[in-house]
Design a protein around this ligand. Structure first.
Ligand code: ADP
Ligand code: MG
Ligand code: MG
Length: 892
């Protein structure tokens, strides 16, 4: 089994095996760029080590062979006393994890070879400086000594000599430092610093393997959704030295500006330094451009390498390099990270330059990047004290006065004030306050908490789980344990940065997003003078729309949302919820309907609701004229429209205690609420079950839809209403409702003389529905996957409860990398989707199928829905452009 590859044996496509760093070093060597020779130990070897605690038995011999080849080529041996070959041992995973794992430099030095390395006077200091770096790095990363102990020894010597800078220490100081460091190691571990270079190498390799599971690396992987079982490769490479004097140095470079995408010379250079000093910021670097005057020949060679790399990779590359005595060495390259703005700009430029195709340009950008471009940002050029840090749950920047409950949020916002709702966590009761607020800030809960999900759906800024915050709603203040800010009272203005998860005191200045303005204006071709980023976005949106197969609709319940969705490019409404139409000042009518004693009372209440619903639908159908509008019949359990049981009981009890005669209405309400109380409302009387149990409810809603269609047709419009039945388990339920829908449509059509053709379909949001989709399709003219409920019921997770209870433990233990409520679980929920698509279309060829859960706007999930053969995704209006872009990328 082959566990070791020489640079000459690898290439850039082998990142799975050689890690990104190893694969790209091999690639650079292959195209004859100057790379110090070396070899890479595969991730496979690391995986064996992590699984068994032992490296594969063949590894030692294979490393020995490659090392021997390296020594022959260099004409020097590891540990050779008069002129030692020195090595770096570098970590490098499939996905870049900068600084998260260990790298050890100068392997091969010991008490003897340090003398060989420093045999000439001008090299003496350099040799001891390299040795003390090795002893420190090896001591802390391989032998586990607390690095503070080394820092302390170093600080002691510097203090003794009254110097602030390591570079001011002379050779004898460094010799003493090496001795002290070796004593520290012996004292701490009971073991000597290993003098045998072969042992140094062997242990350094194992330490890099082990650093895959270090805490830093694990946290980073979790945040970046990198799987835990990939392992790291280990690259062993000949050392080159940037610290040999003023004609040496190290630097980093980008082939284009990673912030804006503009071509040019970007980077930093540090004379007489090792690469790690550049990153550590020990001394001040100079702009890379200065290298042109410092060392014109090396600068020209570097420019040449950069040009060749960019052409070779057809993308922005970032580079680490070292110059040793006027000779340029390339130490690392990779396709560089960049801001969202630069991503769009570079994709466009590379297509212009003919380096990549228009389609490839589309592949180079992504939905999350577009989302970042759409949100206004805080201008962070000034410094500002951070009041609290939390999870960036819904991006954007918002400023407002702190309020602690929903009612106060509504009151102040009605008065024209901008507010930020601050809660420990939110519940559906906070909805009016969340709508009124600019931002929501909670001290508990993660990315899938109520606050986060609802805020994202509304395109509202949200920072959740800000744990250093203590919220005291009764005292109308919160306190923070970070910074010196102490307590913040109601009415204080704060700034919430949902992209970074930061909260500031006071109003931080905002900068508007030109990309958002572009979408708000309907995505028209930008007119001059347009900002570059808008031109770049417009071009790639056009490309996405051209290639995508998935349609994109929006979830919208009001004419305003519908109109915005349309400006953002929605091709219809995939989900129009009717429950919001039962709230607010209509609540008494809904109450009357629920409390009605007889058919007459219920009918009266329903009749009062009818014209209101009809007007709602007219507005929405008008905003979406000519495009499909999928209207869902009432879904939530009825008690959601009644007061809370506990609150009501307290009120009635207080009333009693005060000796007042019972309030008849409240007593009746209490009886109804008690009667309707459900232990598990999500699985209770809701969805289609309501329609089958509450007489007249379906008829009223369908009549409102039908009459709205008639009104729009009379006004010369082109209304395309579709009726969607939620929470169907069995075809029999759908059949009953469908018969009633048909009766009502016929009646309205007969009465008005206007033909009505409203397709009736169903949501597939229960496992049983997915598994019997073939039967359900007999009576459904379309399917729409409700992936929120489908995820809840497939996993048996109550979304409102599990998130806070154990999701972070699940993420920690790698049970999933992302919450299944954020990104569709392909393996389980996705399988049900595939079954339902196949069996539904077997019954009814060409069955129109969409998705209207939160997942409809999630980039990864959009790719899945494309692959599963759906016709459309539906998401909140603000996510429509993101879904369009991702649907285009999915089709590439
Ligand atoms: P990271 O993945 O954290 O960037 P690297 O493996 O790139 O770690 O190592 C950190 C630094 O060590 C590099 O930036 C480079 O300057 C220096 N380094 C690594 N290998 C060598 C080498 N063979 N010669 C000289 N310097 C090296
Ligand atoms: Mg590096
Ligand atoms: Mg549902």
């Amino acid at each position: 089994f082959k566990y070791v590859y020489d640079f000459a044996e690898g290439d850039r496509h082998m990142a799975d095996l050689l890690g990104g760093k190893g694969a790209n070093l091999a690639e650079m060597a292959r195209i004859n760029l100057p790379v110090p020779p070396g070899f890479t130990i595969t991730t496979e070897a690391c995986r064996v080590f992590l699984a068994t605690g032992e490296p594969p038995p063949e590894l030692g011999r294979q490393v020995g062979e490659h090392l021997a080849a390296l020594e022959r080529a260099a004409g020097r041996r590891l540990g050779q006393v008069d002129d030692p070959l020195l090595l770096s041992v570098r970590s490098g995973a499939r996905f870049s994890m900068p600084g998260m794992m260990d790298t050890i430099l100068d392997i091969g030095l010991n008490d003897l070879s340090v003398l060989g390395l420093g045999k000439t006077p001008e090299r003496e200091r350099f040799a001891w400086d390299s040795y003390r770096r090795l002893v420190q790095m090896f001591g802390s990363t391989v032998m586990g000594v607390d690095s503070a102990r080394f820092e302390k020894a170093l600080a002691g010597i510097k203090k003794q000599h009254h110097v602030a800078d390591d570079t001011r220490l002379d050779t004898s100081d460094l010799i003493r430092l090496v001795e002290t460091y070796q004593d520290v190691i012996l004292d701490d571990t009971g073991e000597e610093f290993p003098q045998d270079p072969a042992e140094q190498l062997r242990r350094a390799v194992l330490a890099v393997f082990t650093s895959w599971n270090g805490e830093r690396a694990r946290i980073y992987r979790r945040r970046e959704h990198i799987p835990d079982d990939l392992g790291t490769a280990v690259t062993v490479q000949t050392m080159v030295f940037g610290n040999l004097g003023p004609d040496s140095g190290s630097g980093v470079a980008f082939t284009r500006d990673p912030a804006t995408g503009r071509p040019g010379v970007y980077g930093d250079y540090l004379r007489n330094a090792q690469g790690e000093d550049v990153v550590a910021g020990i001394r001040n670097t100079v702009p890379l451009q200065r290298l042109e005057s410092l060392d014109p020949a090396s600068f020209a060679r570097l420019r040449d390498c950069m040009r060749r790399l960019e052409e070779h990779y057809s993308d922005l590359c970032d580079i680490e390099f070292t110059i040793e005595r006027g000779t340029l060495w390339m130490l690392q390259t990779r396709v560089g990270k960049r801001t969202s703005q630069a991503a769009f700009a570079i994709a466009g430029q590379l297509a212009d330059e003919g380096l990549i195709s228009e389609k490839e340009a589309l592949a180079r950008v992504d939905g999350p990047g577009l989302a970042r471009l759409m949100f206004p940002r805080f201008d962070t050029s000034g410094t500002r004290e951070v009041l609290a840090r939390g999870i960036p749950a819904s991006p954007g920047a918002a400023v407002g006065a702190v309020v602690f409950d929903s009612a106060e949020a509504v009151r102040r916002s009605d008065g024209g004030e901008k507010v930020v709702l601050v809660r420990q966590e939110t519940t559906p009761d906070d909805l009016p306050g969340m709508i009124a607020a600019e931002a929501v800030l909670t001290s508990r809960g993660g990315k899938t908490s109520h606050a986060a999900v609802v805020a994202r759906g509304m395109g509202k800024v949200c920072v959740c789980g800000a744990e250093d915050l203590t919220v005291d709603p009764d005292g109308r203040l919160f306190s923070t344990s970070s910074g010196s800010s102490g307590t913040v009272r109601e009415g204080t203005v704060i700034s919430v940065d949902g992209s970074e998860g930061l909260v500031f005191l006071g109003a931080a200045p905002l900068v508007d997003s030109p990309v958002m303005r572009y979408f708000e204006d309907g995505g028209q071709p930008p007119r001059e003078p347009a900002t570059q980023v808008v031109r770049d976005v417009h071009r790639l949106m056009g490309q996405a729309d051209e290639v995508r197969r998935l349609e994109v609709r929006a979830n919208a319940d009001t004419p305003e949302d519908a109109a915005r969705a349309r400006r953002f490019g929605a091709q219809g409404i995939g989900l129009c919820r009717t429950e919001h139409m039962f709230l607010g000042d209509r609540r008494p009518l809904v109450e009357a309907m629920i409390l009605a004693h007889d058919d007459a009372g219920r009918e009266a209440a329903l009749n009062a609701l009818l014209p209101l619903q009809r007007e709602d639908f007219i507005g929405i159908l008008e905003a979406m004229d000519g495009l499909p509008v999928t209207i869902r019949l009432l879904d939530p359990p009825l008690h959601e429209f009644l007061p809370d049981l506990t609150e009501l009981s307290v009120r009635v009890a207080r009333h009693d205690a005060q000796g007042r005669p019972p309030d008849a209405h409240e007593t009746e309400l209490l009886a109804a609420v008690t009667r309707m109380h459900e232990t598990n409302p999500t699985l209770g009387l809701r969805g289609v079950r309501l329609g089958l149990v509450v007489p007249g409810l379906v008829a009223m809603q369908v009549r409102a839809v039908a009459e709205a269609v008639v009104a729009r047709k009379r006004a010369g419009g082109d209304p395309r209403a579709e009726i969607m039945v939620p929470l169907v388990d069995a075809v029999e339920e759908l059949r009953l409702v469908r018969a009633e829908v048909a009766r009502v449509l016929e009646r309205v059509s007969g009465g008005s003389g206007i033909p009505l053709d409203c397709p009736v379909g169903t949501m597939i949001e229960l496992p049983r529905a997915a598994l019997t989709a073939g039967r359900i399709a007999e009576d459904a003219e379309f399917f729409s996957f409700g992936t929120n409920d489908l995820t809840q019921t497939t996993w048996g997770f109550s979304r409102d409860d599990v998130e806070a209870a154990f999701f972070s433990a699940y993420l920690d233990q790698g049970i999933f990398q992302t919450s299944p409520f954020e990104t569709i679980d392909r393996e389980g929920v996705g399988r049900l989707v595939e079954i339902a698509v196949a069996e539904g279309r077997a019954t009814r060829p060409g069955l129109k199928i969409g998705v209207c859960g939160e997942h409809g706007g999630d980039p990864d999930s959009v790719h899945f829905f494309h692959e599963a053969g759906l016709d459309y995704v539906s998401c909140s209006p603000f996510r429509v452009p993101i879904a369009r872009l991702e649907a285009g990328r999915a089709a590439l």
